[in-house]
Design a protein. Structure first.
Length: 173
């Protein structure tokens, strides 16, 4: 683990509305929401036959929750192209999955108010398990059309090489 440099000037926690998502070496346009990064480790209970009524606990399997990305519907087809690698309607029978590249590693970057990356997470071997190309369409509504992809994730970790940057300051006149 890396050494952390504490910014003595920063008092407030980071906000949740400044972030970027990156895959295939480039930032994905227009992502407006990323669901929680969460992992759960099962508890395995065991006891010895001679013990009274107590049990011991040990960690079991660890699972990583799926991550959902949302963005407004535009002509950009990044979500759809990735979803089509998992199941493509136009493929020949038995060839619906692009086995060579349907999984991607992605990066989620949290930024401070100045737009500097302050925390970064790497998500590994992700693939699209659900794809919503259009929401319910309603002529009486006044909302943005949202597309969604649900990503199955095999693991994630914080990138400790990303350290807290020196925050900019305005010069007083």
């Amino acid at each position: 683990m890396g050494q952390f440099v504490v910014n003595s000037q920063r008092f407030d926690p980071y906000k949740n509305f400044k972030f970027r998502v990156k895959w295939d070496g480039r930032y994905v346009a227009g992502v407006s929401k990323v669901s929680t990064l969460k992992r759960t480790t099962e508890v395995t209970k065991f006891r010895s036959g001679g013990d009274p009524s107590t049990s011991f606990k040990a960690p079991g399997r660890t699972e990583f929750d799926a991550v959902t990305l949302e963005r407004g519907v535009t002509h950009d087809s990044d979500f759809e192209q990735w979803a089509n690698k998992v199941w493509n309607f136009q493929s020949s029978l038995g060839g619906e999955v692009s086995l060579a590249d349907f999984r991607k590693d992605i990066i989620i970057e949290l930024m401070n108010e100045a737009g500097q990356t302050v925390i970064s997470y790497n998500l590994y071997r992700c693939w699209v398990s659900e794809y919503q190309s259009l929401p319910d369409l309603d002529a009486n509504a006044n909302a943005v059309a949202i597309a969604k992809i649900k990503l199955e994730v095999e693991g994630w970790e914080r990138d400790y090489a990303v350290t807290e940057p020196k925050e900019p300051s305005f010069v007083e006149p």
